[in-house]
Structure formats: structure tokens, C-alpha cells
Write a protein that binds this ligand. Sequence first.
Ligand SMILES: NC(=O)c1ccc[n+]([C@@H]2O[C@H](COP(=O)([O-])OP(=O)(O)OC[C@H]3O[C@@H](n4cnc5c(N)ncnc54)[C@H](O)[C@@H]3O)[C@@H](O)[C@H]2O)c1
Ligand SMILES: [Zn+2]
Ligand SMILES: [Zn+2]
Length: 361
Amino acid sequence: MPHEVRGVIATARDAPVEIHTIVVPDPGPGEVVVDVAACGVCHTDLHYLEGGISDDFPFLLGHEAAGTVAEVGPGVTEVSAGDYVVLNWRAVCGQCRACARGRQQYCFDTHNAEQSMTLTDGTPLSPALGIGAFADKTLVAAGQCTRVDPAAPPEVAGLLGCGVMAGLGAAINTGGVTRGDSVAVIGCGGVGAAAVAGAVLAGANTVIAVDIDDRKLESAQRFGATHTINSSDTDPVDAIRGLTGGNGADVVIDAVGTPQTYEQAFYARDLAGTVVLVGVPRPEMRLELPLLDVFGRGGALKSSWYGDCLPSRDFPMLVDLYNQGRLDLDGFVSERIGLGDVQEAFAHMATGDVLRSVVML
Ligand SMILES: NC(=O)c1ccc[n+]([C@@H]2O[C@H](COP(=O)([O-])OP(=O)(O)OC[C@H]3O[C@@H](n4cnc5c(N)ncnc54)[C@H](O)[C@@H]3O)[C@@H](O)[C@H]2O)c1
Ligand SMILES: [Zn+2]
Ligand SMILES: [Zn+2]
């Protein structure tokens, strides 16, 4: 029987979100219904509400979630009812050229559930990033469920489903940070703070946090930043060079995603260093750099989608590190809120009051 549950819906561009009754169908072949336990509020949910992703309203928001598998459809072997899972937006196909070459994190053909969840009048919903987890239950593809150790509470495990994974992976996977590296992270919101934590986890010995908000610099220190720079009053390129023997950092991560911060990252890295862009630029943004500097400084200019993560490889490993006390995921949870508080959480995001607000279901 289809389930009628509560869900947070963006009905129109910039209109306040509303709680509606939604219909979650029985899982079809390859599909799974999940009882959502917790779902973080990500900047991307706000992008949906602002019409910045597409015009396919109404959206069922929420995509950074953990919960328990309630029902599985025909042919599902990956998970079964009762499994504790983190939801991901990278269910890999296993067949495309990237998958065939063993680079599943670059899969060209990731998939979501085939059926739609709907409003009670039958209007189909567009689930954010193919998940839609600001809801008591959600319908996803089996490959979007990654089993993890249930010892990690859902409000922390779920964070790996998007922003925190993007930041950790920007440092560990894309940046390839290793022991003894110097790393600078520009912008220390949820994603940047996770990049700081990732750099520390990977063994960097100098980890420089840059932000324009002192509260974010304080939280970055809690995640292990060894130095902080407030770039509203200090030139971050000079300061990063000063902290790295005049050289610049081995890896500089731009977790803001503007031409200004990218240029800072470009010049704040050492010769042959790596720049990682994980912040998402707006469509109208343009970058101008002397091509001779791009050539002459060598190294690598990389972008990081979802931290180049492979959920089946990375989520269980990171949850284990959390359970062992080696990765502070609790530090990202600024507040636990209800389904009715999502609009207010967007306001907290805008004023910089939180790293993550997490909806508890
Ligand atoms: N690549 C991915 O897969 C992925 C996944 C999730 C989010 N993101 C993107 O990452 C970015 C950061 O997300 P978030 O959740 O951390 O956002 P956030 O709003 O929590 O954090 C942004 C931080 O940047 C700081 N900042 C703003 N302008 C700055 C400047 N000029 N110099 C230095 N710091 C500055 C802010 O003070 C804030 O601390 C967003 O663009 C988001 O869309 C990317
Ligand atoms: Zn593939
Ligand atoms: Zn997200």
C-alpha cells in the first residue's frame, strides 16, 4: 500500500516552503522506501527554492539523510528491510565507460527511483538531488542506500550524504592531501570546515583556515586548523605565503566558489601545488588569469563534485572513523530542528549562524 506522510515542499520560486501530505508509492523494481530519521539542511536545498537548479516545481526538498530501509522492491539485493543507511546522490551504473575503467566516482549514468512521489492530488514531485528526505518516508533507488554502522546517530551519519562528504573528499580524494602537506581552505562553512577536518585526517601538518566571519574561523580551529586568517582585513595570499615559508600551500581548497576566492587560491599555492574548487560558482561568473601564470606555476587545477566520493567505499569508512573518535562529525550539528523549521534554518544559513541545521524525524 502507498504511504501518505509529511514532506517539505517548495511550491514556487522564493515562496516559503510548506508541509504537505505526500504519497510514497510501493517500491518498484530496484527501488527502496526508507524511513528517514534525520536530514541536514544544505545550501543546495536553498538553491532549489530560489529556482537556481531548475524550474521543475514542486520540489520535495532535503537530500542529506540517514534512516532505515522500510521496504524493498522486486530484485533488490543490495539492502533489505531494517538496514541502517545513509542516502547518496551517486548511485553508480557499473556499466558506463568510467565505471568500466574502475573510476566509478565519475560515473556518467547515476540513477534515482523511476516512480514519482506525488501530492495527494497526483501532482508529481521533483525530489532534491533525486532524494527528497525532508519527509517521514522517501522513495529512492537501491543504489542510493549505503549501509553503515548503526552506532553512529542519524543526525551525524546523514551529513556524509552531501556537504560534509564534499568537503572531506575535496581534501582527501580530489586534493590528495597527505602527511606533511600544507593546506589552506578558503571559506569555512559546512563544506570548508569539513575540508579542514579532511586535511587533518589525511595528516597535513599546516592547515590554514580562511573566512570573513570570525565564528567560522573559531569552528575551523575546533576541527584542527593550525592557523586562521580573516580575509576581510588581511590579504590571504600574503598571509598563506607567510605561514608556509614564503612558498604557498601544497593544496588550496576554494569552498566559496567566486572568481575572487579562486584567484586567491590560485596564487596562494606553492609552485606545482594543487587548487581544488568545491564551492559552486553562479552561472554568470567569469575568471580571468594570465595564461602564462597558469603555465608557469605548474601543478593542478581541479574541481570536486561530491568530494569525488564513492559512497560504498567512503561512507562506511568515515562512519567507522567517527565511531572510533577520530572524525568529529558531531561538531557540524549546530541545531536539531523539526520538519516545520526548514524555512527558519535557511535564514540561519544566510546569517552564518550555523554549520548545519538537522531535521529530526
Ligand atoms: N562540490 C560539491 O559537490 C558541493 C556539495 C555541497 C555544497 N557545495 C558548495 O560549497 C559551497 C559552500 O557550501 P557551505 O554549505 O559550506 O556554505 P556556507 O554558506 O555554510 O559557507 C560559506 C562560507 O564561506 C564564507 N565566505 C563567503 N565569502 C567569502 C570570501 N570572499 N572569502 C572567504 N570566505 C568567504 C562564509 O563566511 C561562510 O563561512 C557552496 O557553494 C555550496 O553550494 C558543493
Ligand atoms: Zn557508470
Ligand atoms: Zn547538499
